[in-house]
Design a protein around this ligand. Structure first.
Ligand SMILES: NC(=O)CC[C@H](N)C(=O)O
Length: 327
């Protein structure tokens, strides 16, 4: 069955989700990265970007927060775009770990494999793959301009966050060097780790996240700028990775509840992709124990249910065509 929805329905769903969730008090800001502990906990925004490039939004949607692990999505796509989906599958993998995002155990259990580019190990490995290999500045330019192309607007690092993460990323250092030991780092390990830390420190708004996910939903063509950012065959690849591990050890619960491929970050952002339909995103800093924003996940779960965005459902949600303008 096909269910047509229009911009008004999306706007209404976002507003209702905002009203329902704004007083939610569960969760706690990440504090293992000192900068994140100080972000105001009551910030809350929701945005959606539609195939015609229209962005609908409610709440704190222009506040720049740390993209954190949502950045694993663009870098995974970039690596697949530069090499191929198959090569990323061979070099990194696409398995769920069922374990926390920064798990060292996951690397050992997967027989020395980083599992998926959407956990820390695989993301550091993906950063090591990004071309030009051996050229830190070149790699960084490739990543930051790829994220800007997905978002349709410039992005930059929040310096204070980058410093805060760099001063405290001991666990990630161990991951980088453990992967090096297993030949799963394809460039200098310290350089790969630094690129990963920097990409996590990029500031984005909920509107930018929604546009990034709309570009993914729209087969790699940014619906705002119309630029072809990546190969169309990569949309189902990245959506499947997001569905598999986007909420780490809570991914099964999330997928069961919503049927929406989505990726979270400890900055409080969540980006959800409805392939062929739209991108949705939400942001609120307090997290559950797996590092997923409590309020943002409640809001997106409501929207997914309300608009029938569940990819496993028998009702397919599509955007209604705009009424042609009368001559
Ligand atoms: N889940 C996350 O957002 C984690 C990202 C963070 N930069 C880290 O590596 O720990």
């Amino acid at each position: 069955m096909i269910q047509k929805i229009d911009k008004k329905a999306v706007q209404e769903a976002l507003r209702t989700a905002y009203e329902r969730c704004k007083n939610e008090t569960g969760g706690k800001n990440a504090d293992y990265i000192p900068y994140l502990a100080d972000v105001p906990s009551n910030l809350f925004g929701i945005a959606a970007c539609l195939p015609d490039g229209d962005v609908v939004a409610v709440g704190d949607v222009d506040y720049k927060f740390g993209i954190e692990s949502v950045s694993k999505v663009p870098t995974a796509i970039l690596a697949m775009n530069q090499y191929s989906g198959q090569e990323v599958l061979d070099k990194i993998g696409a398995d769920a770990t069922g374990l926390p995002f920064n798990s060292i155990m996951a690397i050992l259990l997967e027989n020395d494999h980083p599992s998926t580019p959407l956990v820390n190990a695989g993301a550091i490995s993906a950063c090591s793959m990004v071309k030009p290999v051996g050229d830190s500045d070149g790699k960084w330019k490739a990543i930051v301009s790829f994220i800007a192309d997905l978002a349709g607007s410039e992005v930059e690092v929040i310096d204070e966050l980058y410093k805060s993460e760099t001063a405290t990323n001991f666990n990630n250092k161990s991951i980088a060097w453990l992967l090096k030991n297993y030949n799963r780092i394809y460039d200098d390990p310290d350089m790969a780790l630094d690129i990963y830390t920097r990409q996590c420190s990029i500031g984005v708004t909920a509107k930018q996240l929604a546009t990034m996910s709309a570009t993914i939903a729209n087969s790699g063509v940014n619906p705002v700028t119309k630029k072809e950012v990546f190969k169309p065959e990569l949309t189902p690849k990245i959506a499947s990775m997001m569905a598999t591990v986007g909420f780490y050890e809570h991914t099964g619960d999330w997928l069961f509840t919503t049927g929406l491929p989505a990726k979270t970050g400890v900055g409080g952002g969540i980006m959800g992709v409805v392939p062929g339909v739209m991108g949705v995103a939400a942001f609120a800093p307090p997290l559950d124990e797996a590092g997923n924003s409590v309020k943002a996940q409640k809001a997106l779960a409501f929207i997914a249910g309300h608009l029938n965005l569940n990819l496993f459902g028998t009702t397919r949600c599509v955007m209604a065509e705009k009424e042609p303008v009368q001559a």
